[in-house]
Design a binder for this molecule. Structure first.
Ligand SMILES: C[S@@+](CC[C@H](N)C(=O)[O-])C[C@H]1O[C@@H](n2cnc3c(N)ncnc32)[C@H](O)[C@@H]1O
Length: 496
């Protein structure tokens, strides 16, 4: 056999390295010439030189593949063929005897010619530490203590804190994403986990408490990804008017509703549109305003005003004052109510969501599989002189609020043909922002605690509209029910 074939260098002749064979018995007297005539020390040089030997068991014993390469008569090595001598005391031990190759029939992949062993070096910190250690007492068993640390050495290292110490942790202060801190150590259902997660989100809503008043299973009607908002979420392409264009009233001291510049005038009448008034301890919308078929916008005072936004005309910007509950209505999905009594004209909350372009709203509406809509177009100022002057008469790209994935509790308000709430456009901090304003809900009449809060989704209904078979069916159950929420023509691709 050539050297090249033996080391697997000559691929044309032999791809597999020649087998390495150690004579461990030292008592064979035959077949010397049939064994490969090579030095196992030489072939194993890389391994043998770098790997420390613990005992005779670390010597490479013939492996299955090696034995397959050799006929059964080849496996009685002679003392003469033994190239790797064992110390005397090891030679005296009873060493493993070779088994006939007939036991190994399964073919195995050829061994790789080059074997590389990478042993990670200790880090500089570990090296420094190792130098400081006194050599542990050797039990004189042939083990190299540096490579095979004794228990004594391990204990010393531990004493020197060579190993990272377990940190003491106060588990009671760890907050978990899905499990409440004080929850008993019982498993929770996915519905309970979802409820917990959504409750955590509810807690981040500003103002009095908002809660779920229903079973865990019903809470699952709401996606875990739903995000509650305290302010509009402006999406790509949505811009707000420059605050520099904001204007305020010139009132000197508390604003007078008869003369305050923030109070809009009736069309073609030299008369202010009366909005808020005081009833006992509350500032509420007056009945004249509530009774209107179309509710005009409300301009609340702000920092640019003579009153510096401290007068009565600041109801919506002061935020929600009642508690709210999201509950299961049955056929109409989730709904909204309050455990508190509400008086006529009282502010309830604003409608929040993502503010998106009309184009984006069209795309979302057309891909929405469910027949639910949370879209509100901010087009109240369509006929406003200032808007027409700025954007033109045919302008139709008004922004849209989408409360489907992000929103405020009012996003759960259902439609009723006999509603108990109205919705009005309200400007707070910037009167020049005609494209982004708030949609604010007010009570239309006194509302008893736990009564569902509803509004009219189609306030322009004139009573003569035919029932559209494609419209979403109304389930409000009121005596004057129209039978439909709104024509669903766009979703079905129909023309109306
Ligand atoms: C703004 S969401 C109201 C909250 C909704 N119920 C929920 O569970 O998320 C509007 C949707 O509620 C449902 N809805 C609201 N009022 C309804 C009514 N009177 N009859 C039937 N479905 C109604 C319709 O599916 C509608 O598209």
């Amino acid at each position: 056999m050539t050297m090249a074939a033996r080391f697997g260098l000559d691929g044309a002749h032999e791809h597999r390295p020649a087998p390495v064979f150690y004579d461990l018995t030292g008592n064979s007297d035959s077949e010397t010439e049939t064994l490969p005539k090579f030095s196992p020390i030489k072939e194993d040089a890389s391994l043998v030189a770098t790997l420390p030997r613990r005992s005779s068991s670390t010597l490479r014993l013939p492996q299955k593949r090696m034995i397959d390469d050799i006929s059964s008569k080849d496996i009685s090595p002679s003392p003469q063929s033994t190239q790797h001598q064992l110390p005397d005391h090891q030679n005296n031990q009873s060493l493993p005897t070779l088994q006939p190759p007939s036991r190994f029939k399964t073919p195995s992949p050829a061994p790789r010619a080059n074997v590389e062993v990478v042993i990670p070096s200790p880090s500089p910190r570990q090296q420094k530490l190792i130098k400081t250690l006194k050599p542990a007492e050797s039990p004189h068993d042939g083990f190299w203590d540096r490579r095979f640390p004794t228990d004594a050495e391990e204990r010393e290292k531990a004493a020197l804190r060579a190993y990272p110490q377990a940190r003491r942790v106060d588990r009671s202060i760890i907050s978990f994403a899905l499990a409440p801190r004080h929850m008993p150590h019982t498993s929770i259902t996915p519905a309970q986990a979802l409820r917990y997660e959504l409750n955590q989100k509810l807690k981040r809503i500003s103002g009095p408490q908002v809660s779920f008043d229903m079973d865990d299973e019903k809470v699952a009607m709401l996606s875990a990804n739903f995000g509650f908002l305290n302010e509009y979420k402006l999406q790509d392409g949505i811009t707000r008017a420059d605050p520099a264009f904001n204007a305020g009233c010139t009132c000197n001291g508390p604003c007078d509703p008869e003369s305050c510049d923030c109070v809009e005038m009736e069309e073609e009448e030299d008369k202010p549109i009366l909005t808020y008034r005081r009833v006992h301890d509350k500032v509420v919308l007056g009945s004249e305003f509530l009774k209107r078929k179309r509710h005009p916008r409300i301009l609340e005072c702000n920092e640019a005003c003579g009153c510096q936004g401290k007068c009565w005309n600041t109801v919506v910007q002061r935020g929600r004052k009642i508690r709210l509950q999201i509950f299961d209505t049955g056929g109409r999905g989730l709904g909204l109510r309050s455990p508190d009594p509400i008086v006529a004209g009282q502010f309830i909350d604003i409608y929040l969501g993502e503010v998106i372009s009309k184009k984006e709203a069209d795309a979302r509406e057309n891909t929405d599989e469910k027949n639910q809509s949370y879209l509100f177009t901010l087009d109240h100022n369509r006929n406003d002189g200032a808007v027409i002057a700025e954007y033109g008469e045919d302008y139709d790209d008004f922004y849209v609020v989408d409360g489907q994935k992000f929103g405020s509790p009012t996003r759960f308000m259902n439609h009723s043909c006999n509603p108990n709430c109205i919705i009005a456009p309200v400007y707070t901090t910037n009167h020049a922002d005609h494209l982004v304003y708030y949609l604010a809900f007010f009570a239309l009449r006194n509302i008893q605690p736990k009564t569902e809060l509803t509004f009219d989704y189609n306030p322009n209904w004139d009573g003569k509209n035919k029932i559209d078979p494609n419209a979403v069916q109304c389930l409000c159950g009121e005596h004057n029910c129209r039978g439909q929420l709104w024509p669903n023509a766009r979703k079905k691709g129909l023309k109306i």
